[in-house]
Design a protein. Structure first.
Lengths: 666, 315
C-alpha cells in the first residue's frame, strides 16, 4: 500500500538564545492510508515539532534544514509562502491541539467558528454552511446542536470544547487529521469518550490519523502503527502489537517496564536513570546510550541505523546487528499482555505487613471538613463538602478524583493554606484547623510537609538550591550553625539521589525530575511524619515518574513516612496507595483498601473511573467498555456516608447501600 | 542499504553505565541576567543612547573643573563695566548669555546637574516607599483593605494641589521641591509593585515557603522582590525623566526653584518668556535640546531594557 504522506530524513533546527537546537534529527516516517499512527515520546523528544513541520507551523526561529515531506506528489519542505501552506493546512491536513481553551476564539459562537472553516475550505455559504455546521456539531456528540451552535466557548466544558475543536477540524473533510495530545488536558472519563469519538468519525470519514502522545494507554487504545521518538529521532517503528509485545529498542523496553501497572506493591519500579539529553549539543552515537543499562560500546561511537525486524517493524539499535551479544529485554516487558487482565497486581508484602486494618491511633483525622470560597458578592462556593477520613501512621492514603473535585483543596486545607470553613482536622490528636498555639504551629510546620505538582513552578528561581532546601530550617531552628546547615543540605541531596555539589546552583539548571527531587529534599529536611503529595508526578515524563515514585517508596521504608497522596491517575494510585478515597464534586463517594477497590468497586462513579483507565495493553484497551457515570441514578433519596464493612466506606441512599451490601455478598 | 561492516567488532561489548553521566544529560545553563544583558547589548540604538547619556552625566559632573569655566550665577561685565546682556552664542560665550549677563553654557550644565539630581533623588525615594508600601499591600492580606483605602484617598488628591500647597507652606528651594515630588510620586510605584506581587504571590513556590513556615518578611525579601528587580529598575529609570518634566512644569507655574539655583526648569521657563524675539531664541533652544536628549534617552533605554528583561524575548 502506498503511504498517503511520506517523510524522509527530516531535520529541523531552531536558533535559540544564539545557539542551534536540533529538534528533529533525521526522521523518516510513512503514514499508511486510512490508518492511525501514534508518535510517542517524552517532552522535548521533538514529536510536536515534527508534526508542526508537516503543517508548516514552525515557530519563527525554526527552519527545516534537511529531508523531504512527500504529500500528493509535492514536497512540502519546498513551500515558501503561507499561501502555499494554506492549500494544505486545515484543508487537507486538519489538526486538533492539546488545549481546547486556547484553540477556540472566545469572542465567536462555536457554530460560527465551524462555519468559517466550512466557508474557507468547502465554498459553501450562508445558510448551507450553517446547516452543515449544526450537523457536524451533532456528529461529534454535542447534544442539542442547534441551540449549542449559538453559544460561546466559555459555555462549554473542557471535553465539549475539545469536541468543537474536532468538529472544526473535520468540517473541511481533511485527508489527514493530526491530534497533538488531544486528551492530555482532560479527565480520564472524558478522555476515553474523545478517543472513541475520533475513532468513530475516522471510520465514517475515512481519514488518516496521526496522534502525538506521551501516554502509552492512549497509544494502545487508538494506534495501528507506533513510532517511538527519543531525542529528535524515531528509534523504533512498528505495528502496535509489535511495539507492545515485541519491542527491540532499549528505550522502548525502558518505557514499557517503568509503567506503574507492571510494578509490584512494596517493590521498586523499573526506572530509567538520568534525564533526556540536551539537544543543543552534538549527539554522537545512540542518544539513549548514557541512560541505557544494556548499552554497548558501539552505541557511544556510532549512530545505529534502523534495522528491519519484520516487514513493518524497524528499530535503531546496535543490538540487532549480527555481531552484538544477545541481550534479553527486562522481564517486565514480557508481562505487558497481562495488564488489565488480572484483577489484582501482585504484592510483595504479606497480608500481615500491609498497614491497612486500623492500627492504633490515626495520625491525621479529618472530620466533616467543608471548605468554601467567596465568589463575587455574598455567594459562597463549597469546594469540599463533609469530607471525613483518617490516615494511619505508616500508610499511603490516596485521594483520587477528577479536576475540580476538590482533592487539592483538601490537601491545602490540611496544610493550612486554605482555611477550613467547618469541620475539624486533627494531627496526632491535636486540632490544627482555626487558631492554634505557636507551639502547635511549630510542630505542624515541621511534621506536616507538602510536595507540589509542578516542579517548574514550585522552586524559587532566584534562590540557590542550598537556600531552597534549608529554607524551612532557617525559621524553625534560628540558631543553627552554618556548617551544620550545609551538612544537612548535602545529606538531603544525597537522600534524593542528587550530587551534593548541586547545592550552589540555581533551579533553572535542572530538569523536571531533578527539580521534583529537590522539592522532596526541601520537605525532608524538616523531618516530617506526614507528607501531602499533591499530584507529584503528573507533570513529569514517563521515564522520570518511576524515579520519583521509587524515591517516595524508599523514603517511606527508610524514614517511616506517611503519605497523603493526591492524584487523578488511578494506575499510579493502585501501585502506590494502601487505601484509596474516591472524591467527586467535593464529596468522598468511596473509601477502601486499594486492591479491594479495584476488585470490587461499589459506587457507580468509582466504576466509571476504573473502566476508563487507559491500559497500555492493546488487546485489553481496544476491546474495553467504558461506563459513563450519570449522577441522576442516585435519585432524590438522602445520601449518607456509611462504613459498609470494617474499613470500607461508601456514599449512597438506603436503597443503594442495600444493593452494595448484596454486591459484597453480605 | 549502507553497510556498517567497517565498525570494529570489538565495540560490540556491553559498556558499564555511569550514573553521574546520566544525571548530567538534562543540564541547561540558561541564566536570566546573562540573557537580559545579551539582548540589551544587541540593541544598537539603546547602546548609543546609553553611551551618550553616560557622557552627558559625566560631563555635567566634571564641567566646573575644566579651566576657564565661569560660575553659573556670576554676572559678566564688559571692559566698561556694563553687563554683557543677551550676547549671541560665539567664541567667548559658547551658548551666549542671558538677560542679566550670565553665561548660558555654565548655567545649562549646572541646571542639568540640579535637575538630574532631583530626578535621581526622587526616583530612589519613590522606589523605596513604593516597594515597602506595595509589597505590604500586595502580600499581607490583613493590610489589603486599609492600605487600599489610604491609597485611594491620597491618590485622589490632585498632585498639583499638593505641590502648590507644599510650595506655599515651605520656602521654595531644592529640598522643598524634592519633598513635594516624593510625596506625590510614590503612588504609581506602589500600585505597580502591588499588582506585580498579586500576580506572583500564589505561585507554588510561595505556597511551599508558607508550608515551610517562612515568615512574611523573608518571603517578600527572598521570594517576591527578586522577581521584580528588572521591572522596578525600569520603572525607576522612567520616573527620572518624568520628574524632570514635573520640575519644568512647576517652574512654569512659578512654584519652582528660585532663580539663583539654575535648573533645566527655570532655564526653559526663562527662555520661554522671550521666545517671541527671534534673535534671543537660542536661550530656549539650548536648554530644550539638553532636556530632550535626557528625556528621550531615558525612555528609549527604559523600553529597551524592558524588552530585554522579558523572558519571552530570551530566544
Amino acid at each position: 500500500m502506498t503511504p498517503i504522506l511520506s517523510v524522509k530524513d527530516l531535520e529541523v533546527q531552531f536558533s535559540l538564545r544564539g545557539r542551534t537546537l536540533t529538534a528533529v534529527r533525521g526522521c523518516s516516517l510513512d503514514l499508511p492510508r486510512g490508518k492511525t499512527t501514534a508518535i510517542v515520546g517524552e517532552s522535548g523528544a521533538g514529536k510536536s515539532v515534527f508534526v508542526k513541520t508537516l503543517l508548516g507551523m514552525l515557530d519563527k526561529n525554526g527552519k527545516i534544514t534537511g529531508g523531504s515531506i512527500e504529500y500528493d506528489g509535492k514536497d512540502l519542505t519546498r513551500f515558501a509562502t503561507e499561501k502555499e501552506w494554506l492549500t494544505i493546512r486545515g484543508k487537507r491536513i486538519g489538526y486538533v491541539f492539546q488545549d481546547p481553551m486556547t484553540s477556540l476564539s472566545p469572542l465567536m459562537p462555536v457554530g460560527k467558528q465551524i462555519e468559517e472553516s466550512i466557508e474557507e475550505h468547502q465554498g459553501l455559504r450562508g445558510a448551507e454552511a450553517a446547516a452543515l455546521a449544526v450537523e457536524i456539531l451533532g456528529r461529534v456528540g454535542i447534544p442539542q446542536p442547534e441551540a449549542r451552535a449559538k453559544q460561546y466557548p466559555h459555555e462549554f466544558s473542557g471535553g465539549m470544547r475539545q469536541r468543537v475543536v474536532i468538529a472544526i477540524a473535520i468540517a473541511c473533510r481533511p485527508e489527514i487529521l493530526i491530534c497533538d495530545e488531544p486528551t492530555t488536558a482532560l479527565d480520564v472519563t472524558i478522555q476515553a469518550q474523545i478517543l472513541k469519538l475520533i475513532r468513530d468519525i475516522q471510520g465514517e470519514f475515512g481519514f488518516t490519523t496521526v496522534y502525538i502522545t506521551h501516554d502509552l494507554g492512549v497509544v494502545a487504545n487508538v494506534a495501528d502503527y507506533v513510532a517511538v521518538m527519543y531525542a529528535g529521532k524515531i528509534v523504533e517503528y512498528g505495528t502496535t502489537e509489535e511495539i507492545f509485545y515485541d519491542p527491540r529498542h532499549a528505550y522502548t523496553w525502558a518505557l514499557l517496564s517503568s509503567l506503574p501497572q507492571l510494578g509490584e506493591k512494596g517493590k521498586e519500579l523499573y526506572a530509567i536513570t538520568g534525564s533526556p539529553p540536551n539537544l543543543f549539543k552534538e549527539i554522537t552515537g545512540d542518544a539513549f546510550a548514557p541512560r541505557n543499562p544494556h548499552a554497548l560500546k558501539v552505541d557511544f561511537a556510532y549512530e545505529p541505523p534502523l534495522f528491519p525486524v519484520s516487514e513493518t517493524h524497524r528499530a535503531a539499535t546496535w543490538m540487532l546487528d549480527g555481531r552484538a551479544p544477545k541481550i534479553d529485554p527486562p522481564p517486565a516487558v514480557g508481562q505487558i499482555r497481562e495488564i488489565g487482565k488480572t484483577p489484582a497486581i501482585p504484592s510483595a508484602l504479606t497480608p500481615q505487613q500491609t498497614p491497612a486494618g486500623k492500627k492504633g491511633k490515626p495520625l491525621l483525622s479529618v472530620k466533616e471538613l467543608r471548605v468554601e470560597f467567596h465568589t463575587k458578592g455574598d455567594k459562597h462556593f463549597a469546594a469540599v463538602k463533609d469530607v471525613s477520613f483518617d490516615v494511619y501512621p505508616g500508610e499511603t492514603f490516596g485521594l483520587v478524583g477528577e479536576s475540580g473535585s476538590g482533592k487539592t483543596t483538601i490537601g491545602r486545607s490540611i496544610i493550612r493554606l486554605n482555611p477550613a470553613t467547618r469541620g475539624e482536622i486533627r494531627f496526632d490528636g491535636e486540632r490544627i484547623d482555626g487558631k492554634i498555639s505557636p507551639e502547635t504551629d511549630r510542630k505542624v510546620v515541621s511534621q506536616l510537609q507538602m510536595i507540589f505538582q509542578d516542579p517548574m513552578a514550585s522552586l524559587n528561581e532566584r534562590a540557590k538550591i542550598d537556600y531552597i532546601i534549608s529554607e524551612g530550617l532557617l525559621s524553625l531552628r534560628r540558631n543553627m550553625k552554618e556548617g551544620e546547615r550545609k551538612e544537612i543540605v548535602a545529606r538531603a541531596l544525597e537522600d534524593v539521589g542528587l550530587l551534593p555539589e548541586f547545592a550552589s546552583r540555581f533551579p533553572h539548571e535542572f530538569s523536571g525530575g531533578q527539580r521534583q527531587r529537590i522539592g522532596i529534599a526541601r520537605a525532608l529536611v524538616m523531618e516530617p511524619r506526614l507528607i501531602i503529595a499533591d499530584e507529584p508526578i503528573s507533570a513529569l515524563d514517563v521515564s522520570i515518574r518511576a524515579q520519583v515514585l521509587n524515591l517516595l517508596g524508599k523514603l517511606k521504608r527508610e524514614k517511616g513516612l506517611t503519605y497523603l497522596f493526591i492524584a487523578h491517575d488511578l494506575s499510579v494510585m493502585r501501585f502506590i496507595s494502601d487505601r484509596i478515597g474516591v472524591i467527586s464534586k467535593g464529596r468522598l463517594v468511596e473509601l477502601a483498601e486499594a486492591e479491594e477497590l479495584f476488585r470490587c468497586p461499589l459506587h457507580p462513579y468509582t466504576k466509571s473511573l476504573i473502566s476508563a483507565i487507559p491500559q497500555p495493553n492493546p488487546e485489553v484497551e481496544k476491546s474495553k467498555e467504558i461506563l459513563v457515570y450519570d449522577p441522576s441514578v442516585h435519585g432524590t433519596d438522602p445520601q449518607s456516608w456509611v462504613e459498609i464493612t470494617p474499613g470500607r466506606f461508601v456514599r449512597g441512599s438506603e436503597r443503594e447501600l442495600d444493593r452494595y451490601r448484596r454486591d459484597l455478598g453480605l | 542499504m549502507k553497510t556498517y561492516d567497517d565498525i570494529p567488532a570489538e565495540l560490540f561489548v556491553p559498556s558499564p553505565m555511569d550514573r553521574g553521566e546520566a544525571e548530567k544529560t538534562g543540564y541547561s545553563n540558561y541564566s536570566y541576567w546573562r540573557s537580559t544583558i545579551r539582548i540589551f547589548l544587541q540593541n544598537r540604538a539603546a547602546l548609543f543612547l546609553l553611551f551618550l547619556l553616560g557622557i552627558l552625566v559625566l560631563f555635567t559632573v566634571v564641567q566646573p573643573l575644566f579651566p576657564g569655566q565661569r560660575p553659573a550665577t556670576q554676572v559678566n561685565f564688559d571692559a566698561k563695566g556694563f553687563p554683557l546682556r543677551n550676547i549671541q552664542p560665539g567664541k567667548e560665550y559658547w551658548f551666549g548669555t542671558n538677560a542679566i549677563g550670565q553665561d548660558l553654557w555654565s548655567r545649562i550644565w549646572h541646571g542639568t546637574r540640579t535637575s538630574l539630581l532631583i530626578g535621581l533623588l526622587v526616583g530612589i525615594v519613590e522606589m523605596g516607599i513604593g516597594i515597602v508600601y506595595g509589597a505590604l499591600w500586595g502580600y499581607v492580606r490583613r493590610l489589603e483593605r486599609p492600605l487600599t483605602e489610604v491609597f485611594n484617598v491620597l491618590h485622589n488628591i490632585p498632585n498639583t494641589i499638593i505641590l502648590i500647597l507644599m510650595a506655599y507652606i515651605l520656602r521654595p528651594g531644592f529640598s522643598t521641591m524634592v519633598t513635594a515630588m516624593c510625596l506625590t510620586g510614590w503612588h504609581g510605584m506602589a500600585r505597580f509593585i502591588r499588582n506585580q506581587i498579586v500576580i506572583i504571590r500564589d505561585r507554588e513556590y510561595n505556597l511551599a515557603s508558607r508550608c515551610l513556615g517562612t515568615g512574611t518578611g523573608r518571603i517578600i525579601y527572598k521570594n517576591l522582590l527578586p522577581y521584580l528587580v528588572s521591572v522596578v529598575m525600569l520603572q525607576t529609570a522612567l520616573s527620572i525623566p518624568s520628574t524632570i518634566g514635573w520640575e519644568v512644569f512647576l517652574t512654569y507655574l512659578g512654584l519652582g526653584l528660585p532663580i539663583d539655583v539654575p535648573s533645566l526648569g527655570n532655564l526653559v521657563n526663562e527662555g520661554r518668556s522671550i521666545m517671541m524675539s527671534p534673535e534671543l531664541r537660542y536661550q530656549l533652544i539650548f536648554p530644550t535640546i539638553v532636556l530632550s536628549v535626557i528625556t528621550v534617552s531615558f525612555y528609549i533605554l527604559g523600553n529597551a531594557f524592558a524588552d530585554a528583561s522579558d523572558p519571552r524575548n530570551h530566544l
